[in-house]
Design a protein around this ligand. Structure first.
Ligand code: FAD
Ligand code: NAP
Length: 495
């Protein structure tokens, strides 16, 4: 049976009210007098972080016929905007307003509490939708791979951030903050977020949406010195100027840098690209220049210290005499080979030990495979793709960190997600993606989930959670007090 005949017979079923599949039918005569008809293309998206929402937004905005369903593992949407972005950066979370508009579009539905790969497979989604976009982010982390990394007192930044931001799986982390010095490995913006949260005065944090248990632990914290360690030099740091400036201006703290790390930097600065130049100038000024009177006064009142350590790679996390928990870290001293962003850290053979009671490894997140049938490049930890088209898998697309690897701010993720949406629409238009036959979409997936006892959370269910969180927050002068367990979220959603 041709796709055309199928559609006409479905038209009869639909008009007689017996159609099993709720879908919009588009039928009419094209400019050349030919009859055309097609059901609305049904696209499903896995993951409701920025990638999921921006892909959905672009599809819905550009094509008036497309329907999008977003499946999310947690009962709450927005991915790292909720569970990654630092609590003291509320302005970044404004993107949630745009995502909410998308979720409320009549052609978009949200199904939270659905773990794709476990509750439903990707191939089951493919049978029910014309296209599946994987946007499930990077939920693993790169490990430092050195002896001692499993000692008590060593944490990944991913878990530490998840803990202070209320990610249910990190609730039990309860990091031990009873030491004076903490070492953070890695010099990206996540490392700076963690350093800032560790050192921020509690009177600042208590006005944010940081979780209450984290706030209480930080209020009791004995951490007074945070060293942010990088394997390369000041001209290679991965963090950005705004975040370094926040450290420089952090109340009640002062910087502690090593002048030797900045040898030759002043001379090289003029040839740097603009943003790298501004960042390096700020670090150079902080490390080498005598501060003015006001700043001197501020620094003399400081009770906490932060500093970058450059040209150092972790070799071993050192244990206390009982071999129970971290007591220090052995760092290899490096030199650089080459210059600029591409310079490589090379061991000098020298090592140095730093005493510390807390090590937080912040060397990057990592995507994980969720379904054995989906192509996955284990070396790059991404789904192999060409502009979002998953290689050798018709009808399968990817966007966000799963597509590119775990770098890029929300705006970068937005652009790469728009690209994926464009690719998908090009494939619909060219016929590379067959949308001529009707697909059941969420109806068949809902039936399948029901059989497994999985009850999805809708967007209006999420809004109940949102309201409860905001009113709990209001009581304590915070923008929200997050619910910390999936059970509690589901309880509120079901009310
Ligand atoms: P995510 O945001 O991780 O979204 C993935 C979603 O998929 C999640 O909701 C997850 O629960 C869901 N999911 C996972 N597995 C499954 C599954 N099996 N089934 C269904 N759903 C699943 N950028 C900025 O511009 N400003 C900032 O201040 C900023 N701060 C950051 C702080 C941290 C700690 C981190 C790590 C990143 C930060 N970023 C920031 C970067 C920004 O968060 C990312 O660019 C963006 O979140 C990537 O979007 P994504 O949708 O690919 O992944
Ligand atoms: P990142 O920016 O890629 O930084 C990773 C850091 O880890 C780098 O310093 C890197 O050093 C180091 N590293 C990697 N592998 C290492 C190894 N094996 N040994 C030692 N060091 C190693 O990653 P991120 O900090 O996780 O941030 C992820 C993305 O989110 C970034 O794009 C970031 O800008 C964004 N983000 C933005 C904000 C914000 O806008 N405020 C906040 C948080 C995150 P090398 O350079 O030597 O590899």
């Amino acid at each position: 049976m041709s796709g055309h005949k199928l559609l006409l017979s479905e038209l009869k079923l639909w008009t007689s009210g017996r159609s099993r599949w709720r879908g919009r039918l588009h039928a009419g005569f094209s400019g050349r007098g030919k009859f055309f008809s097609s059901y609305s293309p049904k696209v499903c998206i896995v993951g409701s972080g920025p990638a999921g929402f921006y892909t959905a937004q672009h599809l819905i905005k550009t094509r008036q016929d497309v329907q999008v369903d977003i499946y999310e593992r947690l009962p709450v949407p927005f991915g790292l905007v909720r569970f990654g972005v630092a609590p003291d950066h509320p302005e970044v979370k404004n993107v949630i307003n745009t995502f909410t508009q998308t979720a409320k579009n009549s052609r978009c539905s949200f199904y939270g509490n659905v773990n794709v790969g476990k509750d439903v497979s990707v191939s089951e989604l493919q049978q029910s939708y014309h296209a599946v976009v994987l946007s499930y982010g990077a939920e693993g982390n790169r490990s430092i791979g050195v002896p001692g990394e499993n000692l008590a007192g060593v944490y990944s930044a991913k878990d530490f951030v998840g803990w202070y931001n209320g990610l249910p799986s990190c609730r039990e982390l309860s990091p031990d903050l009873s030491c004076e010095t903490a070492v953070i490995l890695g010099q990206g913006n996540v490392a700076l977020d963690v350093a800032r949260i560790l050192l921020s005065p509690v009177d600042i944090l208590q006005k944010t949406d940081i979780t209450q248990p984290a706030l209480e632990a930080l209020a009791e914290s004995l951490v007074r010195r945070v060293l942010i360690v990088g394997r390369r030099g000041p001209m290679q740091v991965a963090c950005t100027v705004k975040e370094v400036r926040e450290m420089v201006n952090l109340p009640r703290t002062k910087p502690e840098m090593m002048a030797a790390d900045f040898e030759g930097v002043k001379e090289a600065i003029k040839d740097l690209p603009r943003s790298r130049k501004r960042l390096t100038e700020l670090m150079l000024k902080t490390a080498l220049e005598m501060p003015g009177e006001v700043e001197q006064g501020r620094r003399s009142q400081a009770s906490r210290i932060w500093g970058f350590r450059f040209f150092r790679s972790p070799v071993e996390v050192l244990a206390d005499p009982d071999h129970n928990r971290v007591a220090g870290i052995r760092l290899a001293v490096n030199k650089l080979e080459g210059s600029g962003d591409g310079a490589r850290a090379v061991l000098t053979g020298e090592v140095e030990d730093v005493t510390c009671g807390l090590v937080i490894s912040s060397i990057g997140y990592k995507s994980l495979p969720i379904d054995p049938l989906v192509p996955f490049d284990s070396r790059k930890a991404i789904v192999p793709n060409s502009i979002g088209r998953v290689e050798q898998a018709t009808g399968l697309y990817c966007s966000g960190w799963l597509k590119t690897g775990p770098t890029g701010v929300i705006a970068t993720t937005m652009n790469n997600s728009f690209d994926t949406a464009r690719t998908l629409m090009e494939d619909m238009d060219s016929g590379a993606l067959d949308v001529s036959a009707a697909k059941p979409g969420s109806q068949s997936i809902s039936a399948l989930l029901e059989k497994k006892g999985v009850k999805a959370v809708t967007f209006s269910d999420w809004e109940k959670i949102d309201n409860v969180e905001m009113s709990r927050g209001e009581a304590s002068g915070k923008p929200r007090e997050k619910l910390l367990t999936v059970e509690e979220m589901l309880q509120v959603a079901r009310k």
